[in-house]
Structure formats: structure tokens, C-alpha cells
Design a binder for this molecule. Structure first.
Ligand SMILES: *[C@@H]1O[C@H](CO)[C@@H](O)[C@H](O)[C@H]1NC(C)=O
Ligand SMILES: *[C@@H]1O[C@H](CO)[C@@H](O)[C@H](O)[C@H]1NC(C)=O
Length: 321
């Protein structure tokens, strides 16, 4: 598997696949689904705002996010603040999506900004959704953001990995990419891979392959949760909290019905992500990833033996790439 010739490179993919890269724009491919007044879409610019007193939180949206969180949820009374959320208009199975994001600057403690792909979330009782997450947990001025990643398959997550930001995500735009193929899911920032999740379905590990996803972005207030023992509070004197997004790009296999499960997994030139060079990371990418992981990783579910009572998820014993 680890033959040196293999070249998975998102950078190369961008060059090679320029035609395949549909220039999605926020304007044409995104709709606001929460906090109308707090979503601003201008061409390929998207601004999401969190402020106080402008609206009422919506339960279902918080419930969705809560699954993605490590924190225990304790809802307090109704809060009169509003964040915002947008949803892509395309449903797809596999491909590449990227957005450039500039996160909330200064004191952003308890403010969470997200960018994730998810299949429809049908019900709490019988949740079978798939999801690939980036979440950015704000911090007090001068302290690093936490970059939180997770993956859900058939409604089950519990695969969190967190990183300290190794750059200032608030002073400039950075490119956040999700790559998803039947072989692998790859999270990267500015072409540096920080995480891979390989398809080990043959070893009994679930992998998302049949449910179409849509891309979401949102900003919301997390201080009504018992994160970090509940001491982290949003400092509303700093409102409005503003996250900016630019350059929504994608190259995806559009979902046209259950036939897409086969069509999007077929090895054809249109399904560029099926090509051998996208099945595995290049050695230089692995080196960069290992550097980032050794210096900036702050949580790895595979190291959390206490949480799993020593019965670690099976993929923790397998090579991640
Ligand atoms: C989008 O944002 C960029 C960078 O902040 C800015 O230069 C540009 O004028 C904005 N475009 C629109 C249509 O708002
Ligand atoms: C905020 O910064 C502190 C100190 O560096 C760190 O321990 C903590 O995990 C950070 N919190 C978040 C939510 O990123």
C-alpha cells in the first residue's frame, strides 16, 4: 500500500483538475437556513454574524450541532441571541469542497464557527446521518483557536481529533478543504493535510458511501453548554462576532437518486477523485501531516483510553493512511 510512487496531492488536484473545479459561489449555491438577518451573501463572499437580542435560538439546529460536540449539553433558559447558518444547494456523493475562512478575531471565547458536510439529519431516535466536520472553537484574545474535526457514519461519531491552530486564523483567510472519495476522507488547511480517515470497511469499520451530503457553515454561541465545566462565557461586549467566508469551490458528483451510489463510485474520467493518485497521500504530505499532528494535536480519540475503557475503536490499531 505504502509504495512511494503514489501521489495524492490536493495541490496537484487543483492544477490538474481546473476544469473539473466548478466555481461554486455563495450567491448561486448557498441559502441561509437560520438567522436570516445574520447571513450576508454578496457574490462569492459570505458573512455570518452572531449577536445578541436579535432573534431566538432554534432548538433543532442546536440539537444537530450538539452531536458534534465533546461537551455535555445543558440547556439553560431561552437565549435571545442569534447566530446564522447556511446550506449548500448541491447534494453530492464524493468530491472536493473548499472555502476560505477568516474566523472571528479578538475575544471569541465560546463562539463556534463551523464548516461541514452532512447528509440529512432525520431524527434523534433513529439517526443514521453521515457527516464530515470542521469546527472552530473560539478563545480569549491571544489564545489559539481549537480546530475540531470529527466524522459520523450511520449517526455515530465519537471520532474527534482536535488541533491548536498553527497560524492566526483570524488575521487572514485560510483555505479549508474536505476531500471525500469511496477510499478516503481528507481534511486539509492551506494544502496541509491534518487528518485522514481511510475506508476500512473490509475490516468492519463503517465508512460513508451511500448518503448524499450537503455543505453547511454556521456561527453560534456555545456558552449555554457545559463546555470546560461551563466557565467559558461569551463576552457580549465584543459583539457582533463576525466570521467571513470567501471562494466557495467544489468539484463533486451530484446526487441524482440512488443510482448515484453506483454512478459516483464508478472509475470514470468524470469521477476524478477515483483516480489512483487520489487514493493515498504522497510521502511529503504524510511528512507534513505528521509534523502538524505531533506539534499541534491536542486531542485524539484514539489516545483517550479512559473514554473507551481501553476498548479502542478498531481503526485506532490500523495505519491511518
Ligand atoms: C468580497 O470580499 C473581498 C475581501 O474582503 C472584498 O475585497 C470584495 O470587495 C468583496 N466582494 C463583494 C462582492 O462584496
Ligand atoms: C484556549 O486557550 C487555552 C490556553 O492556550 C487552551 O488551553 C484552551 O484549550 C483554548 N480553548 C479553546 C476552546 O480553544
Amino acid at each position: 500500500m505504502a509504495t512511494a510512487k503514489v501521489l495524492f496531492s490536493i495541490l496537484a488536484s487543483l492544477l490538474v483538475l481546473e476544469q473539473a473545479l466548478a466555481l461554486a459561489t455563495f450567491d448561486t449555491d448557498t441559502v441561509c437556513i437560520w438567522g436570516e438577518d445574520n447571513c450576508q451573501i454578496h457574490g462569492d463572499n459570505l458573512t455570518l454574524i452572531l449577536n445578541q437580542w436579535s432573534g431566538i435560538t432554534k432548538w433543532h439546529f442546536h440539537m444537530h450541532i450538539f452531536l458534534s460536540s465533546l461537551c455535555t449539553v445543558i440547556f439553560l433558559a431561552m437565549h435571545f441571541f442569534s447566530g446564522a447558518a447556511v446550506k449548500g444547494t448541491k447534494e453530492f456523493l464524493f468530491g472536493y469542497v473548499s472555502k476560505r475562512i477568516k474566523l472571528v478575531p479578538d475575544n471569541s471565547a465560546a463562539v463556534v464557527t463551523t464548516y461541514y458536510a452532512s447528509s440529512p439529519w432525520v431524527s434523534t431516535e433513529n439517526d443514521t446521518h453521515d457527516e464530515i466536520d470542521f469546527e472552530f472553537l473560539g478563545n480569549v484574545t491571544g489564545e489559539p483557536y481549537t480546530i475540531h474535526t470529527n466524522i459520523f457514519v450511520n449517526g455515530i461519531g465519537n471520532k474527534e481529533e482536535q488541533f491548536k491552530s498553527w497560524f492566526d486564523p483570524t488575521s487572514d483567510y485560510h483555505n479549508y478543504t474536505i476531500f471525500w472519495s469511496p477510499y478516503v476522507v481528507v481534511w486539509s488547511i492551506d494544502d496541509i493535510v491534518l487528518r485522514v480517515f481511510k475506508n476500512n470497511k473490509d475490516k468492519g469499520i463503517p465508512f460513508p458511501k451511500t448518503r448524499p451530503m450537503t455543505v453547511y457553515s454556521s456561527i453560534w454561541n456555545a456558552d449555554d453548554w457545559a463546555c470546560q465545566g461551563g466557565q467559558v462565557k461569551t463576552n457580549w461586549t465584543h459583539q457582533p462576532f463576525i466570521a467571513r467566508y470567501l471562494n466557495y469551490e467544489d468539484s463533486v458528483c451530484l446526487w441524482t437518486g440512488t443510482n448515484s451510489i453506483q454512478d459516483c463510485s464508478a472509475v470514470t474520467p468524470e469521477n476524478w477523485y477515483m483516480a489512483p493518485q487520489f487514493r493515498q497521500l504522497a510521502p511529503s504530505q504524510i511528512d507534513n501531516m505528521n509534523d502538524v499532528r505531533s506539534y499541534y494535536m491536542i486531542y485524539d480519540y484514539c489516545s483517550d483510553t479512559k473514554r473507551f475503557n481501553g476498548a479502542m475503536p478498531q481503526e485506532c490499531y490500523l495505519s491511518p493512511y
